[in-house]
Design a protein around this ligand. Structure first.
Ligand code: DQA
Length: 139
């Protein structure tokens, strides 16, 4: 099985960025642990701060892999283009957030991409990614 994790804007700063909200661990460090937990799953990783680059990666991976774990960061709340990209591809996409977006500012409660996704995991810290991987391995 092959899965693609895609992280959007500002998630390259995990570990440094607002540690009270997002924790003190880098994503690369967490990814090592996640890959070890799923030795039979190939987990590819991509991060970009650019909306178009995220769309290009969804197009590329979305016809080749068995599922996408997508943390679109703030584009979650704004991007119809990401919604359309998710709808365009064949791989199921799980929307992920580290924080509980529903317990934060009201503008974070709306997701433009959720209706196009298989499901949503949020609020479990970095473990949200593992829960999304687990869900996709059961598909
Ligand atoms: C986030 C939540 C978003 O609202 C925010 O813009 C992010 C991170 C999360 O993982 O909790 O950049 O997607």
């Amino acid at each position: 099985m092959k899965l693609q994790i895609i992280n959007g804007p500002n998630l390259n700063l995990l570990g440094q960025r607002e540690p009270d909200v997002y924790g003190r661990r880098t994503f690369e460090d967490y990814l090592d642990e996640l890959r070890r937990a799923y030795p039979d799953v190939t987990i590819d990783y991509f991060q970009s701060n650019c909306e178009g680059a995220l769309i290009d990666k969804i197009h590329e991976a979305g016809f080749q892999c068995d599922g996408i774990v997508l943390n679109a960061g703030a584009y979650t709340h704004t991007s119809i283009a990401l919604h359309d990209a998710i709808k365009a591809v064949t791989a199921p996409v799980v929307e992920v957030h580290i924080s509980n977006v529903h317990s934060r500012e009201p503008y974070r409660r709306q997701s433009m991409i959720a209706p196009a996704c298989l499901g949503v995991v949020c609020g479990f810290g970095l473990d949200s990614y593992r829960l999304a991987v687990e869900a996709l391995t059961k598909k």
